[in-house]
Design a protein around this ligand. Structure first.
Ligand code: C2O
Ligand code: CU
Ligand code: CU
Length: 505
């Protein structure tokens, strides 16, 4: 671990703040500002939205002064897209950010060299199947005063996606500052299930931050002023939809909770008290085949969980959603019984498991950590290859591949591929020392299937320490240049990201 410098003004003690005093905010829904025909819409008019990234202030807690943040729209998380599968749209992403950053840029990182504009930004919709020119390639950033019109075909199944900044070398800072929001796609199949909807469907965006008593965000820095980058950030303040430990009044009936881990580096291990039934019905890329009863839900950065929770047996109760010892959100269940027309379907989707034989090739890719002489992390790599090296992964459009991800490090890394969705095949422990010294893969544990709540389509997968994780990936949609990376943002910004290219046969 790199030692962190002590901040000049100390961070706020989270125990000094009263819990459950602020109501849970819900993100505003984006509305289109015009309609026009865009390339690829064959003359049809599509809705056009405009979203500006800009500096805002926001009260994170009743007893804190307002905190300066960067937001898409008026608040963090940003304005929420609620759209239908098959109905394309365009978004004008405007960069109205200040030209100076308020968080510590590390100019020794690739893409963040001195002189590169600090207010740069580019938007990526995580989990969306979009043409490469609208995907938000990290080097496609643009400066304050500029905007880009991106097209989203929404030609994919119902799922909770999200959008966020992806600017090269400062992505972790832009997202810590608040540049992310939700993007939900709905379809007729999902609607036919009769799941709780409207005010009974609650988006929950989880993230952690550190702040000072004056409300200012604080981002940790290393002890080396020339290289302030730190390998991981954990905040002591736990926010849900932009408030610290808020509460939500609910009726005694079933609710659908759509949860995103938007933290830079924290993994959430969600739970509610014993006796409260929770079922997971969906994951990153949509519905599971059937509901899975869950006791704990582990969410790495960028993973999503779609949960059903039934408050009917708990009239008048106060129920905490926690992550290990941290209280995230308190549900206050109403006293009076209410009718509940929603359903708890026994089957959700007809998802088929992909056969390994469908893959035309298997790629072995390593996750690596580089350390200096005193065992401090100096950065992470994918396949020992820095960002700027020529593209090595070139799957053919329309084919399926197996990616065998060999984690040589001591951390779990949430690995994300743009453009595609995939299924997890299995995980297996191996002898990392032998791999590093003799370059041979010797397994030391049994083949572990994915957890029942990982059996759906995913776009981000936890690759555990000293474990080989295999995913099977159909490369469909578009040819062109995309990226894959670790979604611990400090890793991503320090070389744990690589371009890949989908090529035509
Ligand atoms: Cu959340 Cu490169 O993505
Ligand atoms: Cu993505
Ligand atoms: Cu990582």
């Amino acid at each position: 671990m790199v030692p962190s410098a002590v901040p000049a003004i100390p961070n706020l003690d989270p125990n000094s703040l009263a819990k459950f005093v602020d109501p849970l905010p819900l993100p505003a829904i984006a509305v289109p500002t015009s309609h026009r025909s865009v390339p690829g819409s064959s003359g049809r008019q599509v809705p056009v939205y405009r979203v500006a990234a800009r500096a805002v202030t926001q009260k994170l807690h009743r007893d804190l002064p307002a905190t300066p943040l960067w937001a898409y729209g008026d608040s963090v998380p940003g304005v929420m897209f609620d759209v239908r599968a098959g109905e394309g749209l365009a978004i004008e992403w405007a960069n109205e950010l200040p030209s100076k950053h308020f968080l510590p840029i590390d100019h020794s990182l690739h893409g963040a060299e001195p002189g590169v504009p600090e207010g740069r930004s580019v938007v990526h919709v995580h989990g969306a199947k979009v043409p490469p020119e609208s995907d938000g390639y990290p080097e496609d950033w643009y400066v304050p005063g500029q905007s880009r019109l991106y097209h989203y075909p929404n030609d994919q199944a119902a799922a909770l996606l999200w959008y966020h900044d992806h600017a090269m070398g400062i992505n972790r800072l832009n997202m810590y500052a608040g540049l992310f929001g939700l993007y939900v796609i709905r379809d007729a199949r999902e609607q036919a299930l009769g799941l709780p909807s409207g005010k009974y469907e609650i988006p929950l965006v989880l993230f952690d931050r550190n702040a000072r008593a004056d409300g200012q965000l604080s981002y940790p820095v290393s002890a080396d002023p020339g290289r302030p980058w730190v390998p991981e950030v954990f905040g002591e303040l736990h926010l849900v939809n932009g408030k610290i430990s808020p509460y939500l009044e609910v009726e005694p009936r079933r609710y659908r909770l759509r949860i995103l881990n938007a933290a830079n580096g924290r993994f959430y291990r969600l739970s509610v008290p014993d006796g409260v039934d929770v079922f997971q019905i969906g994951t990153d890329q949509g519905l599971l085949p059937a509901p899975v009863a869950v006791k704990h839900v582990l969410l790495a950065p960028a993973e999503r969980a779609d949960l059903l929770i039934d408050f009917a047996p708990h009239r008048g109760a106060r129920i905490e959603l926690a992550s290990d010892a941290f209280a995230l959100l308190q549900f206050r269940v109403g006293e009076r019984p209410v009718p509940d027309p929603s359903e708890m379907p026994r089957s959700l989707s007809s998802l088929e498991r992909l056969a390994e034989s469908a893959a035309v090739q298997t790629r072995r890719l390593t996750l690596d950590e580089s350390q200096n002489l005193v065992a401090e992390s100096t950065g992470m790599l994918l396949n020992k290859t820095p960002w700027h090296m020529p593209i090595t992964e070139k799957p053919v459009l329309g084919t399926t591949e197996i990616w065998e991800i060999v984690n040589l490090t001591d951390d779990t890394h949430p690995i994300h591929l743009h453009l595609v969705r995939f299924q997890i095949l299995d995980r297996r422990r191996f002898d990392a020392f032998q791999y590093m010294t003799q370059n041979t893969l010797r397994y030391v544990g049994p083949v572990m299937p994915p957890d029942p709540n990982e059996m759906g389509w995913k776009d981000t997968v936890r690759v555990n320490a000293k474990t080989v994780t295999r995913i099977i990936v159909p490369f469909s949609g578009y040819a062109g240049r995309y990226v894959w990376h670790c979604h611990i943002l400090e890793h991503e910004d320090n070389e744990m990201m690589r371009p890949y290219e989908v090529v035509r046969a």
